[in-house]
Write a protein of this length. Structure first.
Length: 257
C-alpha cells in the first residue's frame, strides 16, 4: 500500500496545521457551469491522507476555496463525497493557471504546508476537471476536458476515472453489468449512457481480472446518480487494502451538468 502512513515528522506538521484551521477565511471565486469567455475548472481533490488535513485551493496565488478535506470535488461537491452537489465550475482566465493545494496557517490563508502545485493550460469556452490523487511527493494530477452535452431524455451520461494509486486497472459495474473496463490508473473511460432505471442499482468497482462475483473494492447506491439527462463523472479513489475511513477505496460521483 502506497503512502498511506506518512513519516512522523510530516504527520506531526500536518496534524498541528490542520488542527489550527478551524475558522473559515473569506474568499471570492466566480462560479458557473457554462461560459464562452472564460475557461471553467473543477478540482476533484482525492488525495487520501491518513490524517485527512483541511486544505485550501489557490489559483495563481489567490485562494479560491474554503477549507476542504479529501474526497471533495470543488466547487460543487458530489455523491459519496464531501461537499454539496451542484454542477459548478470556477471561471478562470484562459491560458496558463497555477493550482496550489496547501494547509494554511492558523486562522489565515497563508500557506503552512504546500502539498501540491501544478500548471493548467486551459482554453476559453471549455470545461475542465483537474483530478488530484496520492500524497506528498507522489501526488499526481490529470486534467480532462469535460463534455457538456446533455444526455437524451430517459438516459444519464457518465465518464469513469481511476484515481486509485495502488490498483493498476479498475472495472466499474452498474448492478451486474460492466460499464467501464480496465481503466488504468490516472486513465478514464469514454462517455457512456445508461437508461434511467425504475429502481436504483448498486455501483461497484473491482480490480480488473477479478470475477464479477468477487468482493468489490467499494460500492455505492443512490437514486441521485441516475437522473435523466444529467452528466456525471464517476471516480475510484483510495487505496486497496485500507479499511480506514480516510484512505479506504470509494466509488463516488460528481455532476458535470
Amino acid at each position: 500500500m502506497k503512502k498511506i502512513f506518512i513519516n512522523s515528522l510530516i504527520a506531526a506538521t500536518l496534524l498541528i496545521a490542520a488542527a489550527g484551521c478551524k475558522k473559515e477565511i473569506n474568499y471570492k471565486a466566480d462560479r458557473t457551469f457554462l461560459d464562452t469567455k472564460n475557461a471553467l475548472l473543477k478540482i476533484n481533490y482525492t488525495s487520501a491522507y491518513a490524517l485527512n488535513p483541511s486544505v485550501q485551493l489557490s489559483i495563481n496565488a489567490e485562494r479560491v476555496s474554503g477549507l476542504i478535506t479529501g474526497r471533495t470535488p470543488f466547487p460543487g461537491g458530489g455523491y459519496n463525497t464531501n461537499g454539496s452537489n451542484f454542477p459548478d465550475y470556477l471561471a478562470l482566465k484562459a491560458g496558463s493557471n497555477i493550482l496550489k493545494i496547501s494547509i494554511p496557517k492558523k486562522l489565515t490563508n497563508v500557506d503552512s504546508v504546500v502539498l501540491f502545485t501544478g500548471n493548467l493550460i486551459l482554453e476559453a469556452g471549455k470545461n475542465y476537471t483537474a483530478h488530484v490523487t496520492d500524497t506528498l511527493a507522489n501526488t499526481k494530477m490529470v486534467v480532462l476536458q469535460d463534455n457538456m452535452d446533455f444526455a437524451n431524455l430517459g438516459y444519464s451520461k457518465y465518464r469513469f476515472v481511476n484515481m486509485m494509486p495502488n490498483v493498476p486497472f479498475v472495472d466499474l459495474y452498474y448492478g451486474t453489468v460492466k460499464v467501464a473496463d480496465a481503466i488504468p490508473y490516472l486513465g478514464n473511460s469514454p462517455y457512456f449512457y445508461i437508461a434511467v432505471p425504475a429502481t436504483a442499482l448498486t455501483w461497484s468497482i473491482r480490480e480488473t481480472g477479478t470475477l464479477p462475483t468477487s468482493t468489490a473494492l467499494a460500492t455505492y447506491i443512490s437514486s441521485n446518480t441516475h437522473i435523466t439527462q444529467r452528466v456525471y463523472t464517476a471516480f475510484a479513489m483510495g487505496y486497496k487494502g485500507s479499511v480506514a475511513t480516510t484512505t479506504k477505496p470509494y466509488v463516488s460521483f460528481f455532476l458535470t451538468r
